[in-house]
Design a protein around this ligand. Sequence first.
Ligand code: GRG
Length: 305
Amino acid sequence: MIKPLQKKNNLSEAARQDKQLINERLEKYLEVRYPEVIWEAMRYTTLSGGKRIRAILMLESMRVCGGNIENALPTACALEMLHAQSLIHDDLPCMDDDDYRRGKPSCHKVYGEASAVLAGDALLAYAPQVIIKHTPEAISRKALLQVLEEFLKAAGAEGIVGGQVMDIQSENKKIDTKTFNYILNKKTGELFKFSLRAGALLAEAPTKQLDALTSYGEKIGYAFQVADDILDVTGSLQELGKTPGKDSRSGKNTYVSLYGFENAEKKLSDLCRSAHQILENNNIESALLQDIASYIYQNKNGFRI
Ligand code: GRG
């Protein structure tokens, strides 16, 4: 029997504790040094809020595979730095041109365009160094290298850059389903998939578990962007922390613009249900992974952790 999908407004205390751990560690890794202005710009967006959902997913993936989350923290923080870099560049006038991010003026509004570009570049170059320098020796070098390779792939033309470039190229154009799915899977899905894979890879999980977590990551990654597309229509600046309604105004292809609002809600619910099913079918017992799928499904009033 198919169980009804429950919506969840807030995540558990466990998620809040993970978020605190991630924030403390990010603060440490991003200590200001010379030249101060660039570190301050890097810190500004990275440390100015954010749900840390990708890093939380990575820690939980490590846990369900029997690993120690201490060994996952450097990569989880690097992932948040890469995500912050993508947000800084996404907000630039030459990209999505948004003055607000995480409820505050975007990085380029505070530091200027040149420093925002450089802050993004510096975060991208620093994040892999954090993985290499801070991952404990307990992790095999083989696992570490695979994680590094997948991290760099997710950041590049085969990952979020590929998704972003196709998103921009497709503005004000009619695109087919294959191209649309590519954009969603790369632009947003890639970092979710990486978060689940990275935890499992560092824990040296068996292939079956790695594959199941990868599939779960793909479902919730796609779902997250569908929820974001719905929120672009229904949310306010206060709820979203960024300007609402921008996607339709800039001729972006979104799940809502291509398939309609009701189909977007149905797709979101199907994806989150499939994510639950993957956990169940593979005996992955994690209340947090279940809750994150339900939490993405709720998609109302922004997300809160
Ligand atoms: C990696 C070199 C390099 C470039 C990046 C700009 C770009 C290329 C990609 C843009 C990718 C992008 C911004 C996708 C949108 C994903 C999305 C829904 C972001 C919002 O994520 P949340 O809600 O944000 O998790 P918080 O603030 O909570 O972290």
